[in-house]
Design a protein. Structure first.
Length: 209
């Protein structure tokens, strides 16, 4: 699919394999999520607009390129998406951060929104929605729909692990959104968990299970 980027960089693949290991500690898991996000963002932010800016080096004055306007918004899907935010902010520290809260009904697997707080000028920003896992795609679809309902239009979605079912659902619901993922796994199981996956990303980031 032309709007899906799957990363094959050896560093991303290596770090993702450690991330999957059930013996990886919560501390190392958090660090790896941040590192992988930074590596992915190098490519995902390739189309940030630039402008000419005059600066003075120790040698002379010169005109060089800098990010134009620094209009970036990072929107994690709570709670697991929080683990990816610092990876983006380390690259673009001036970015604004919004939050969208979702929980999944364990019987119906349907996501339910409970919180949404976005930058006031969201319609003027490149918006990067982050969530470590793209399983059924329900949470991502609903989160992006909420952003679009208040004027956001330039949207990218970043995840670490995706199921084919989630990619299909998200591309059908929002064909204008570019998707970036580190790995596409085999399938969803009967409980809608990604196989082989890495377990519950939120629990592993925050040590709650």
């Amino acid at each position: 699919m032309k709007n899906v980027t799957i990363f094959d960089h050896p560093l991303i693949q290596h770090k993702t394999s450690i991330l999957r290991n059930k013996e990886t500690s919560n501390k190392e898991f958090r660090e790896l999520v941040e590192e992988i996000t930074m590596l992915m963002c190098y490519e995902a932010l390739r189309d940030l607009p630039l402008e000419d800016v005059e600066i003075e080096t120790p040698i002379t004055k010169t005109v060089q390129k800098m990010i134009k306007g620094k209009k970036l918004a990072v929107v994690p899907i709570l709670r697991a998406g929080l683990g990816m935010v610092n990876g983006l902010l380390k690259l673009v520290p001036s970015a604004k951060v919004g939050h969208i809260g979702m929980y999944r009904d364990e019987e119906t697997m349907i996501p339910h929104p409970y919180y949404c707080k976005l930058p006031k000028d969201i319609e003027n920003r490149l918006i990067v929605v982050v969530d470590p896992m793209l399983a059924t795609g329900g949470s991502a679809i609903d989160a992006i729909s909420q952003i679009k309902s208040v004027g956001g239009s330039n949207i990218k979605f970043l995840c670490l692990i995706a199921a084919p079912e989630g990619i299909d659902a998200l591309t059908k619901a929002h064909p204008d959104v570019q998707i970036y993922c580190a790995n596409v796994d085999e399938k969803l199981n009967e409980k809608c968990y990604i196989v082989p996956g890495l377990g519950d990303a939120g629990d592993r980031i925050f040590g709650t299970k």
